[in-house]
Ligand binder design. Structure first.
Ligand code: ADP
Length: 379
């Protein structure tokens, strides 16, 4: 059964076609620079040359049309008709408190995704556009939403509530939600599989280190705590995000530097993290090169990055009591065994000899495809 997975970011739309039963991916690609003067389609079909071409793509609905065209292209498309797609799975960043699992999309779900745009203004609106585009183009095909927040809905109240007046939780939904849920879920399930242990009995700490970074404590397949919060800004040091910071720094800087709300938001989300501390780059590969060249600020950025991860793993060890596995994933986590080894050396005395340190490649798209398949099959 063919399932199409769509992942709309603020200026891109990634897609991947899965044959879930055969566990193959006939093709995948991305439409980039959506809304800019010229956009780019990159498309890969198993066993064929890659395609890269400029396209006109003012919005995400148009991106879906472009994706449909390349999938059904007479020359090289893998589909002869869109009806061969039996389900479309969408990554949706924010599902608020309404969704603790993936759901088939109907009007009520669309309304909720729209409502939570207030909490994820950069992420939910493009997803909505993508969903609307697919509902038109893949008419009648079940559409499924897979939320980044859903996996963390199992956190208990003392974990997700902030120490601010309770009324703001009720009024605005201000609480920890957590993100990257699909990745944390995928790698914790994979860890159980690899270790030959029932998921229900496994305590894992999953460390997702990409451009955005987050860490989760997972007990018996359920998230009990995670480092990202009300927004993805909280927690670890990231490519361009500050992660944890004394909130008083925010008001201080706004006053002293005369920064607007938007400028401050930009500073913390886009100009901080590895980039802000090093002054070099948000990209870990550049940071590593700069360190090799003797750049002290790059070294400091790296040291903060690693220290925070250690601190979070230590605190999640306290939360879980016993840790069976610490799992590293995503761009940095998967490509830097030296980081895993260093943390393993430092944490071994705390965690004990039983804890396995693993690197597992994440595959959020595959999990989205599987969830979609599960829902479609049951309809
Ligand atoms: P995204 O969050 O955008 O999906 P990725 O998971 O692709 O990001 O991770 C991007 C990060 O992974 C970047 O900081 C990049 O430098 C880092 N990365 C990729 N390959 C390597 C590598 N070989 N060594 C160190 N870092 C790497």
């Amino acid at each position: 059964m063919l399932i199409l997975v769509i992942n709309c970011g603020s200026s891109s739309a990634k897609y991947e076609l899965f044959d879930v039963e055969k566990e193959t991916t006939p093709c995948r690609g991305i439409v980039e620079r959506i809304g800019e003067d010229f956009s780019v389609l990159k498309h890969e079909t198993a066993g064929k040359d890659r395609i890269r071409k400029e396209v006109a793509c003012p919005d995400h609905q148009t991106a879906i049309e472009i994706i449909k065209d390349v999938l059904t292209d007479e020359g090289g498309g893998v589909l002869s008709d869109v009806s061969e797609v039996k389900g479309v799975g969408h990554r949706v960043v924010h599902g608020g408190e309404e969704f603790n699992e993936s759901v088939r999309i109907n009007d009520a779900v669309l309304e909720s995704v729209e409502k939570f745009s207030e909490l994820a203004p950069l992420h939910n609106p493009p997803s909505l556009e993508g969903i609307r585009g697919c509902m038109k183009i893949f008419e009648g095909v079940p559409q499924v939403a897979v939320f980044d927040t859903a996996f963390h809905q199992s956190m208990s109240k003392e974990v997700f509530c902030y120490g601010i007046p309770y009324g703001f939780y009720e009024k605005y939904g201000i609480r920890k939600y957590g993100f990257h849920g699909t990745s944390h879920r995928y790698v914790s399930e994979k860890a159980a599989e690899l270790l030959g242990r029932p998921l229900e009995e496994l305590n894992a700490i999953t460390v997702h280190l990409g451009n955005g970074c987050s860490i989760a404590a997972v007990a018996g397949g359920k998230s009990v705590d995670t480092s990202m919060g009300f927004t993805p800004l909280e927690g670890l040091l990231m490519g361009t995000r500050s992660g944890d910071i004394d909130p008083a720094v925010v008001t201080f800087l706004m006053q002293r530097e005369g920064l607007s709300v938007e400028e401050m938001n930009d500073l913390l989300n886009k100009k901080s993290g590895l980039l802000g501390v090093s002054g070099v780059s948000n990209d870990m590969r550049d940071i590593l090169k700069a360190i090799a060249g003797g750049n002290e600020r790059a070294k400091l950025a790296y040291d903060i990055f690693e220290y925070r991860i250690k601190k979070y793993i230590g605190s999640y060890a306290a939360v879980l009591g016993k840790v069976d596995a610490v799992v590293f994933t995503a761009g940095i986590g998967e490509n830097m065994p030296q980081l895993k080894d260093s943390l393993e050396r430092q944490l071994r005395p705390l965690l004990g000899s039983e804890t396995k340190f693993l690197i597992i490649g994440t595959n959020e798209e595959l999990l989205i495809a599987k969830d979609t398949y599960g829902i479609v099959k049951g309809t």
